[in-house]
Design a protein around this ligand. Structure first.
Ligand SMILES: NC(=O)c1ccc[n+]([C@@H]2O[C@H](COP(=O)([O-])OP(=O)(O)OC[C@H]3O[C@@H](n4cnc5c(N)ncnc54)[C@H](OP(=O)(O)O)[C@@H]3O)[C@@H](O)[C@H]2O)c1
Length: 208
């Protein structure tokens, strides 16, 4: 008999599909000491990699890539950027990295020498178009790993299908970003599943 898949509920239900995976403290802080890693536990790190393994591509904002020091991943990384302010000798460009940017981005020609480039928009990335262009490359199971600015825009554009949210058992106060940042972006959610591992909660919401 096939081994029971403890993560069966995370199988992508439809194609294409945009899932986000985020973590927050109980009072909604998306960072601790400026990074998200300090909020997680081992189960969160396992889920992080499990979700990557299920995805065709990870969609992530350049702010997160810089803050968290993203390197090459087991899955292609689609990095959203307007400025294309990258060090192309960094580990980020050792794997398959797709830069999702605009027609007016500085250094567009240089970027093409170092990475795949998707141009989606004139001055700001049009996320609906960017997703369509990823889908056309066969990258239809999309996992967004934030950050809050990117996720806020995706929700604002009505593009998010599912949110995996880890709740970290801590109160932080202060002025840390929430998991969505930017203009108001309302999205009604239905609770799809709840897991507990240690004192962390693993919630999965789908668009209503
Ligand atoms: N709690 C969590 O689950 C979680 C997850 C991820 C990140 N984080 C934390 O969140 C922080 C980073 O988040 P953030 O919100 O500052 O950054 P972000 O959303 O990761 O990235 C913002 C950057 O993405 C690019 N961008 C965003 N929208 C764009 C558009 N429409 N067109 C073109 N480019 C666009 C710009 O890059 P350029 O500057 O290159 O132009 C912008 O500076 C870090 O502290 C990180 O640790 C937390």
């Amino acid at each position: 008999m096939a081994e029971h898949d403890a993560y069966a509920e995370y199988a992508y239900p439809e194609d294409p599909w945009l899932r986000a995976n985020m973590i927050a403290s109980v009072d909604g802080a998306a960072t601790r000491g400026g990074l998200s890693g300090a909020l997680g536990n081992e189960a969160d790190r396992v889920l992080f990699h499990k979700l990557r393994g299920l995805a065709d591509v990870v969609l992530v904002g350049a702010g997160t890539v810089r803050a968290e020091g993203y390197g090459p991943a087991s899955v292609p990384l689609a990095v959203v950027s307007r400025t294309l302010g990258f060090d192309y000798s960094s580990p980020l460009f050792q794997g398959r990295t797709i830069l999702v940017t605009t027609a007016t981005a500085p250094g567009l020609a240089e970027a093409r020498d170092h990475a795949e480039v998707i141009v989606a928009g004139e001055h700001s990335v049009d996320h609906r178009l960017a997703l369509k262009l990823l889908h056309e490359r066969g990258l239809t199971k999309v996992l967004c790993e934030g950050g809050p600015s990117l996720l806020g825009q995706l929700v604002g554009a009505g593009l998010l299908d599912e949110l995996c949210l880890t709740v970290s058992p801590v109160l932080l106060g202060g002025s840390a970003l929430r998991i969505l940042h930017g203009p108001p972006a309302a999205q009604e959610l239905g609770l799809a599943s709840v897991r507990q591992d240690g004192e962390h909660l693993f919630l999965r919401y789908r668009r209503r």
